[in-house]
Ligand binder design. Structure first.
Ligand SMILES: [Zn+2]
Ligand SMILES: [Zn+2]
Length: 451
């Protein structure tokens, strides 16, 4: 007599036997939530996780900010059967313009009530969604209990699944998202958000930039990070200003971030010499011409005539404030100035403007404009360093933004800034710049920095 197993449970592969595996197909939910659910619902400790879950699954769940398009095949075979695996695996896929987001990519960001029920979507990672569409609560990237930043993987996966780095549970009671009470509502709202982001990408394309530059004293009051993130409200400010210009942009949903924060932007039609003969090889030469040596920074001049006209005007008005000079190079001329005049952050932003795959003529014209703006800031900084006893409103520019967009109505340059608040103006007095060079660090402090 043979005994047959009445269930097919033992015939299923081990992964499929885990409690919660069938939630894999839940639309728009994050891979983090899915893998964390497997860990919590099956009471897996770190040893079990290593034995029972593929290492790639765990890496994708707890380091989602590093997942590239080329990594998407990793969690196969299960994931490639999903309608849009990228939305489940890549937070970036949800963001129309990731460079404008103020939300730290290294942290979990979500709705406290959704997390309590064991639900999370990567749609909530960027700062485009301000409040949960279902619970109307502000989204957070800090623990609701102890305010610790919710870093993806501050501890081992077993201790990070739906837990804050300090150990507070993010789930309520024994919930782990096996059943999410508001699943249909949140799915419908995220679908609406997805349609909105796609409409945005169709209405606006970035063709040069965006450049975001944090000027001191902002650096001194912001937590140390490279590069600094824009402050909140940049995307709404961009959309508002384009709309005021009469351009068609998709309307916000109630759960979207709609405040401009501290940003003030302006739009102007952008025209450039489309017949500019420059090619990618020229851009490459300019990119190579950037150099930071001890005390000196070399910035390529891609449009020498415009630059020299500006420099002459600036020196007429303010004297020779920069102590720099133009140097002829083998491939192009560079402007050489004291290194504290251009911070590392500014230098990186400038260099990025000459990115590969950009339109060389347009990139050079945009670069020239941004370089001149940046040197104007350097002049204000120099003035401020010289007059420290009288901090002035003119030196409280905290961040600058610049982009060339292509819309159905043509090309536009959108640029603007935030202004430092009183606290940052005070910080200015103690401003120090750390400039890393050739193995050493140079501190530029007060008016006694290297000149
Ligand atoms: Zn919620
Ligand atoms: Zn906590």
């Amino acid at each position: 007599m043979t005994v047959t197993n009445t269930t097919d449970e033992s015939d299923r592969p081990p992964l499929e036997r885990l409690i919660g595996f069938d939630t894999l197909s839940r639309p728009f939910e994050s891979w983090y939530a899915f893998v964390s659910r497997l860990i919590r619902a099956n009471l897996l400790n770190d040893v079990d996780i290593r034995k029972q879950l593929p290492a790639d699954w765990v890496r994708c769940a707890f380091a989602p900010q590093s997942i590239q398009t080329s990594d998407l095949a990793i969690p196969a075979p299960y994931v490639d059967q999903l309608p849009d695996a990228a939305l489940k695996l890549r937070p970036m896929k949800w963001q129309p313009f990731p460079e404008l987001s103020s939300a730290p990519p290294e942290c979990l960001r979500g709705c406290p009530s959704c997390l309590e029920a064991g639900y999370h979507s990567y749609a909530m990672q960027g700062d485009a969604i301000a409040r949960c569409p279902v619970h109307d609560e502000p989204l957070i990237h800090r623990c609701p209990h102890c305010d610790t930043q919710l870093l993806w993987l501050a501890r081992s996966p077993g201790l990070s699944a739906f837990q804050c780095p300090a150990g507070c549970p993010l789930l309520e009671g024994t919930h782990s998202g096996l059943h999410v009470p508001h699943e249909d509502q949140i799915t419908a709202a995220l679908e609406e958000h997805l349609v909105w982001t796609q409409a945005l990408r169709e209405a606006i394309a970035f063709v040069s930039g965006p450049v975001h530059i944090a000027y001191p004293p902002y650096l001194a009051v912001a937590p140390m990070r490279m590069p600094p993130l824009p402050s909140i409200g940049l995307l709404p400010a961009l959309l508002h200003v384009l709309k005021e210009t009469g351009l068609a942009v998709p309307a916000f949903a109630p759960f979207h971030e709609q405040s401009n924060g501290r940003w003030t932007l302006k739009v102007e039609p952008w025209t450039w010499n489309g017949a500019d003969p420059r090619e990618e090889s020229h851009l490459e030469a300019y990119r190579r011409a950037f150099r930071r040596s001890a005390y000196r920074t070399y910035v390529p001049l891609v449009d020498r005539v415009s630059f020299e006209q500006w420099l002459a005007r600036s020196e007429d008005a303010h004297g020779k404030w920069h102590e720099g000079g133009v140097e002829e190079g083998s491939t192009c001329a560079t402007f050489v100035l004291a290194s504290y005049m251009v911070t590392n952050n500014e230098l990186v932003a400038l260099r990025r403007l000459l990115a590969r795959d950009s339109n060389p003529g347009l990139a050079c014209a945009h670069y020239t404009q941004v370089l001149i703006n940046l040197l104007e800031h350097a002049r204000l900084r120099r003035t401020a360093l010289d007059q420290l006893e009288e901090p002035s409103l003119h030196v409280t520019v905290a961040e600058a933004f610049d982009v060339i967009v292509c819309t159905a109505a043509g090309h536009y340059r959108v640029s603007g800034e935030t202004r430092g608040d009183d606290a940052s103006r005070h910080t200015w007095l103690d401003f120090r710049e750390l400039a890393e060079m050739a193995g050493g660090m140079i501190h530029v402090m007060r008016k006694y920095g290297p000149r």
